[in-house]
Ligand binder design. Structure first.
Ligand code: NAP
Ligand code: G4F
Length: 361
């Protein structure tokens, strides 16, 4: 069914990608642009993926939810090049209408409640977005057009209390948070719709990936932003939780390329995407403070309130299958990533400080 063609034989996709012959002038008209719909386009990954797909010649549509204040900072620079559609993961009809209007070739389902600690304070909302939200998008595909290719943003958090080291596509899941449990549901419902309805639906099991666009509540960005503020004299302490936790941290720009490669592949297959190297939060902190010439031990304090009810102590992925079958490998290493984030926050804080100084005058 999904064999060698870019899209399933006999599907609307094949027609979209087959060059059509013009009547008179040029012998071959260019193929129509492939069309992608990204849920979660305002998030870290959504913004990088939108940029990447535009570079690949896609027409890009993004789902945004209604809010009294817009949170479009990560995609402002793409204004005029992408189309935003209002819908919500909680509202099935809004998703069906959006998919029906856009008629995408590919859907990347990135929208979720993605912050692990919030999943303990809002477990039901987390399951609504992060678990059931996936079924709502899959149902829209099933009802509107089964030839749409679907990417689900699965997570290494599903491995939780890890059952083997490193983790591969065959490692058993043991989630440790309501977020992780919700992602396991999203993962298996994607597999189930692939097997039940013959959808081209794949799940990318992505390990932690970061960037200067990462939300400031996640540990990498919390550290890089605090380092910049301390260096600029705006803050004197950084409070953190578990310094011993270890993660396999990669660069978000590298990881969104893997999402696209999965949907371009000739078979719908799930992949682990990771760098294969793990570092502790302590390593992260030390590197980040070193970058600006400060001794981290003078500034970091442990706040027991930031410890989690159930911790994922260490994660490290083996992405060999993606390397062999998708020709994917990361280009940015951990040291480069930390340097990139600290440097970006040093510039950001300098601009914020200059703005505050101007306001004070
Ligand atoms: P993020 O920055 O937190 O972005 C989440 C996105 O989801 C935002 O655009 C948010 O919109 C949207 N969203 C949340 N609830 C929604 C709802 N009810 N309706 C519509 N949109 C909603 O996350 P990210 O880091 O880019 O991650 C993208 C996806 O990959 C997530 O599913 C995450 O769980 C998963 N993942 C991330 C990593 C990682 O290390 N980054 C690793 C594995 C898996 P607003 O702007 O309106 O809030
Ligand atoms: O940066 P984090 O909050 O990311 P976490 O929990 O690993 O989740 C991220 O990666 C997942 C992939 O595995 C995604 F699915 C998920 O959506 C998200 O993007 O925490 C990383 C580690 C944890 O062990 C945490 O306990 O850092 C530790 N940590 C120590 N002090 C802290 C802090 N984390 C945060 N957020 N804040 C702290 O002060």
């Amino acid at each position: 069914m999904f064999a060698s063609s870019r899209y399933p034989v006999g599907s609307r996709k094949l027609k979209r990608f087959t060059p059509r012959f013009a009547l008179f002038s040029s012998p071959v008209a260019p193929p129509p642009m492939p069309r992608a719909l990204i849920t979660g386009i305002t998030g870290q990954d959504g913004s990088y993926l939108a940029e990447f797909l535009l570079e690949q010649g896609y027409e890009v549509h993004g789902m945004v939810r209604r809010a009294s204040t817009e949170s479009f900072e990560r995609i402002t620079h793409l204004a005029g090049r992408i189309t935003l559609r209002q819908a919500d993961l909680l509202d099935p009809l809004s998703i069906i209408n959006m998919v029906s209007d856009v008629r995408p070739d590919e859907i990347y389902n990135l929208a979720a409640q993605s912050f692990v600690p919030t999943s303990w304070s809002q477990p039901l909302l987390t399951s609504e977005y992060t678990a059931l939200g996936v079924t709502r998008v899959l149902e829209a595909i099933r009802l509107v057009d089964r030839s749409i290719r679907f990417y689900q943003a699965s997570s290494s958090e599903m491995f939780g209390r890890v059952q083997e080291e490193p983790q591969t596509e065959r490692t058993a899941f043991y989630p440790r948070s309501p977020y992780g449990v919700s992602k396991v549901y999203g993962h298996w419902i994607t597999v189930n719709y692939r097997e039940s309805y013959d959808l081209f639906a794949v799940s990318g099991i992505l390990f932690n990936h970061e960037s200067p666009r990462r939300g400031k509540e996640f540990v990498t960005r919390k550290v890089s932003y605090a380092v910049a503020r301390i260096k600029h004299g705006l803050q004197d302490k950084l409070r953190l939780g578990n310094l011993d936790a270890q993660r396999d941290w990669g660069y978000a720009g590298d990881f969104v390329r893997a999402m696209w490669l999965m949907l371009k592949h000739n078979q719908p297959v799930d992949y682990v995407i990771a760098t294969g190297k793990k570092h502790s939060v302590r390593d992260l902190v030390q590197l980040a403070f070193d970058r600006v010439g400060l001794d981290w031990q003078k500034y970091v304090e442990i706040d027991p309130q930031l410890l989690r009810p159930a911790e994922v102590n260490h994660l490290c992925g083996d992405a060999s299958k993606a390397r062999v079958e998708l020709d994917w490998s990361p280009r940015v290493n951990f040291e480069q990533l930390v340097a990139m984030m600290v440097d970006a926050d040093m510039s950001l804080v300098a601009r914020e400080k200059a703005g505050a100084d101007r306001m004070a005058q």
